[in-house]
Design a protein around this ligand. Structure first.
Ligand SMILES: O=C(O)CCC(=O)C(=O)O
Ligand SMILES: [Fe+2]
Length: 570
């Protein structure tokens, strides 16, 4: 009947409207997806697929995208496309998780601290602080910026928190993607104003709080904050956290701190749970106590300060060192039939401790083979626990390690053995008790904090090693480290920037067998590019003919030859 047709006509009208809504929604979703797809693709194409992850900001973005975007996308696309969903299920075990994001945030903060990079540069994807407008990748989005704010907030680094807050707030205002009604907007503004207050920038805190109140006039806590801040301003007094005296008065000077010029070094006047500056080194209370007893708390702080300074810049030279440096030499070394064919290029790079550099001691092909051999064998790096003598992993050594044996089946060209022989030519030390080649690949902002390679007097490491203590280190640089990653000798003041295919050499023990305490060294965080190093540790036993003991600490004939380049090519 007509009534029936009329009825189903109604139904169809309703359905066609619903379908319209659905299509609109799907289109919006697809638009968002397309924007995401193009954004990721273009940013990688722009930097170049290989160079993209050379930069820590891009590394962060990749890791963050998995947790913030790809995970959600997985749910949405799963029922729609078989190819994507099977790809997701086969890859999902290697997806980064929240912990990886946390590690990546710490890594960015480490670079910010050590290399004094402004939050504004990092936020726009420009860790190398190049000229305005030329970044090495895409900026951090506001969701990511909030994570940096929160991390700085949790470690009570108010200056840093305010600096990141400034970046996030600036983006919110510029792009207006997130409406003030969103919880993201609120979260950022809320943290930002609090960190401004804590870092002594109270007038700015009042401005931001006023802006929050425009959108959330009834918010009790914010209303309370505003009253409190205003009271502080009228009284002309402010309590700004643990880092300043309570009675510090607010002056225009404090208020005018240029936020974009962030990251100022704030003097630490309270006792932190972690060592100052070593915020990535999560030590147990017990370990901290031990270090305080062993070496004195102040020393550690001083050590970290020197480490950071040397990582960033070449040391200022005292007249004495300058005089010694003027006498340093470079020479070709031809001491064996092998090195007659291809002389070793040697530079005496630092006087005290004596550090030598052997240039082009390996070539690209050999380095690639060594890295390829190491790759499947990489494990999280370990360090000697100085009390038990056992090996364990620690956060102050952020890299992965593999040990290379001379008789690896895959090493068809015998590179490991050949390089071992060349090491003997270079160092003139016996390889008898040397350890296997130890290859290290540093991770994001990877570093190795100040340490000794040898056991110092009261440590247990190597006490039952048949070769005895580590007499010398030969450290190879492989891969291309574009910025950062220097090897620094914090007590001797040396800073060696990694040179691809070169190796640095130094004696850890004095001629009388005692540890040379000037050899404390560190690997600075990698700022751009990749850093691979390979260690060869020679042991003291079996060096009686190569570097005989000497009760006097003067350099003997053998050492002098190395240091002064007295290799004649008669
Ligand atoms: O990476 C560096 O520059 C130093 C590495 C180091 O000291 C070590 O592996 O023992
Ligand atoms: Fe070392």
């Amino acid at each position: 009947s007509y009534e029936n047709v009329k009825n189903i006509n109604h139904i169809e009208n309703h359905l066609v409207d619903l379908l319209g809504d659905y299509i609109k929604e799907e289109k919006e979703r697809l638009d968002t997806l397309e924007r995401f797809q193009l954004y990721v693709k273009h940013s990688k194409d722009y930097t170049g697929p290989d160079t993209y992850i050379s930069y820590p900001t891009n590394q962060f973005n990749v890791i963050h995208r998995f947790v913030a975007d790809w995970n959600n996308l997985q749910d949405w696309t799963n029922s729609r496309n078989e190819e994507i969903s099977s790809a997701f299920s086969s890859y999902s075990h290697s997806f980064p998780d929240e912990n990886d994001v946390k590690g990546a945030i710490k890594a960015i903060h480490r670079l910010q601290d050590i290399y004094k990079i402004r939050a504004s540069h990092l936020a726009r994807g420009d860790p190398l602080s190049s000229d305005e407008g030329s970044a090495q990748g895409q900026p951090f989005n506001v969701k990511a910026l909030l994570l940096f704010i929160k991390d700085a907030y949790e470690s009570e680094d108010w200056q840093k928190c305010a600096a990141w807050g400034q970046q996030a707030f600036h983006q919110l205002q510029t792009f207006r993607e997130h409406h003030p009604s969103s919880s993201l907007w609120f979260d950022i503004a809320d943290h930002f104003s609090f960190c401004l207050y804590k870092s002594g920038q109270i007038k700015h805190a009042v401005d931001i709080t006023a802006e929050i109140l425009e959108h959330y006039p009834e918010h009790e806590r914010i209303v309370g904050n505003m009253e409190y801040f205003n009271e502080m301003v009228t009284k002309g007094e402010v309590e700004i956290g643990e880092s300043r005296n309570k009675r510090d008065t607010i002056s225009d000077e404090i208020d005018n701190i240029d936020l974009v010029n962030d990251v100022k070094e704030v003097e630490i006047t309270f006792v932190p749970k972690l060592y100052p500056g070593a915020d990535q080194t999560i030590l147990t209370e017990e370990q901290i106590d031990e270090d305080i007893q062993d070496k004195g708390y102040k020393n550690w702080g001083e050590r970290m300060k020197r480490y950071k300074k040397l990582c960033k810049e070449y040391p200022t030279l005292t007249p004495k060192i300058k005089q010694q440096i003027d006498r340093l030499v470079c020479y070709y070394k031809q001491n064996t039939p092998r090195s007659y064919l291809k002389p070793l290029k040697v530079e005496v790079a630092w006087p005290s401790p004596r550090v030598l550099i052997f240039y082009d001691i390996i070539n690209d092909e050999e380095a690639n083979i060594l890295m390829d051999l190491a790759h499947p064998r990489l494990n999280r790096a370990t360090v000697h626990n100085k009390h038990t003598g056992k090996l364990e992993s620690a956060d102050y050594r952020v890299s992965k390690t593999a040990w290379l044996d001379e008789d690896l089946a895959e090493d068809t060209m015998g590179i490991v053995r050949r390089v071992n022989r060349r090491m003997e030519d270079a160092t003139e030390l016996s390889h008898e008790y040397a350890e296997l080649q130890q290859v290290n690949n540093y991770g994001m902002a990877g570093q190795y904090e100040p340490h000794y390679d040898m056991a110092t007097r009261d440590e247990k490491a190597f006490s039952d090693h048949e070769g005895g203590n580590r007499v010398a280190t030969l450290l190879f640089y492989m891969g291309k480290t574009e910025a950062g990653g220097a090897t620094v000798f914090i007590d001797g003041g040396a800073r060696i920037a990694p040179v691809q295919n070169a190796a640095v050499f130094w004696y850890n023990l004095l001629p009388n067998g005692e540890p040379d305490l000037l050899t404390r060294h560190a690997g600075c965080p990698v700022l751009a590019g990749t850093k691979w190093v390979m260690n060869k540790w020679f042991h003291v036993n079996d060096q009686m003919f190569t570097r005989p003991c000497d009760l006097k600490q003067e350099k003997r004939e053998k050492d002098a030859k190395l240091y002064e380049g007295r290799y004649t090519t008669n």
